[in-house]
Design a protein around this ligand. Structure first.
Ligand code: PHE
Length: 340
């Protein structure tokens, strides 16, 4: 009987099936109630007790390998798009490839880069993990300035001189340290602030900084550049207004509002009845900053501006909660490609 089992094992192993009928033949021959393996199990009753263990193991092995073979034969057929004559069925549907989409923040960032590149601005980047010099000191922040407080800035515990940049203005210094004017660049990047997360604020967000340094750069140049940007971004009927403000690294400084694109300036819930929406900070580069970067402040002047990408995207697409940008829910993210 051991010989029979061995022979069956070999037969199972060598069995070849090229179509469904042959796989069924295999099942009938080996696995069905009247099949070879059932016969062996019947024989098993007559095996003397002291040999039962050895035989039992053998028969079980045979059964397992027949089951495995049956499954393999079925799978082989399943994965095979050929018909019985070996022809490929070209009309079968393909495996669909799902298309991804750009994140709304990428779409807005690329659009801003595009708008400024058309008037000669190049793109530069700087590190997210920065030192005090590039984020604060070089930019004229006095030592006691509240932005240097633990409350606002993420410091690296082991070395309080190293921190996560709180704005992309650090790239101004990075660029000016190794480039002499004319400089005309924008700096997109991620920034970090120790803020409670809410519908309007996040501890990680994106900014785009602009810097223009050359001879005779004036506040009028700044204003015209930003008006051009606002019209390109939000439509040609968009108006801007500049309100005096303060930043340590610009003098004079201003905040820019655009006329509310929802109500056209009449006043609505989005602009809280004012007709205006604040979108960026800007000003003339403080001569102290130029000096800190070894640029001749008597010869050169410049302007700088910085805007939040999330804020622009929220205004452009009427997104009411900044947290949606970071949830990566594809139902949200996929909506913007077409709206572009
Ligand atoms: N860095 C400023 C901020 O994060 C924005 C700014 C950039 C203001 C450049 C003036 C000039 O709020």
């Amino acid at each position: 009987m051991l010989q029979i089992i061995d022979k069956l094992l070999k037969d199972v192993e060598n069995f070849k099936a090229e179509n469904k009928e042959q796989v069924e033949d295999f099942r009938l021959k080996f696995l069905s109630k009247k099949g070879e393996i059932s016969k062996v199990f019947e024989e098993f009753r007559n095996v003397p007790n002291e040999q039962k263990k050895e035989f039992g193991q053998k028969i079980n092995m045979l059964k397992q390998s027949a089951l495995a073979k049956f499954e393999a034969l079925q799978n082989n057929l399943g994965n095979n798009d050929n018909d019985e004559n070996g022809n490929i069925d070209l009309s079968l549907p393909g495996t669909p490839v799902e298309l991804g989409s750009h994140h709304p923040l990428s779409i807005v960032r690329n659009e801003i880069i595009d708008i400024f590149s058309r008037i000669g601005f190049t793109v530069a980047e700087g590190p997210e993990v920065e030192d005090d010099w590039h984020v604060f000191s070089s930019l004229n922040f006095p030592p006691e300035h509240p932005a240097r407080d633990m409350q606002d800035t993420f410091f690296i515990e082991k070395n309080p001189d190293i921190l996560l940049r709180t704005h992309t203005s650090s790239v101004q210094t990075r660029v000016m340290e190794h480039t002499q004017p004319p400089i005309r660049s924008i700096f997109p990047g991620r920034v970090f602030r120790n803020e409670a997360i809410s519908a309007r604020a996040h501890c990680v967000f994106h900014q785009i900084e602009g810097l223009y340094v050359d001879t005779n750069v004036s506040f009028a140049d700044l204003k015209q550049t930003l008006l051009y940007f606002a019209k390109e971004m939000f439509g040609t009927s968009t108006q801007i207004r500049l309100r005096p403000s303060y930043f340590p690294f610009t003098e004079p400084s201003a905040e820019m509002d655009i006329s509310c694109s929802i109500c056209g300036g009449k006043g609505c819930a989005v602009c809280k009845g004012t007709g205006w929406l604040e979108i960026l900070g800007c000003g003339m580069v403080d001569p102290n900053v130029l000096k800190n970067c070894n640029i001749d402040a008597d010869k050169y002047t410049g302007f700088a501006f910085g805007m939040g990408v999330e804020r622009i995207a929220m205004l452009k697409y009427q997104v009411k909660d900044i947290r949606l940008f970071f949830k990566n829910d594809t139902r949200f993210i996929k909506q913007f490609e077409a709206a572009k």
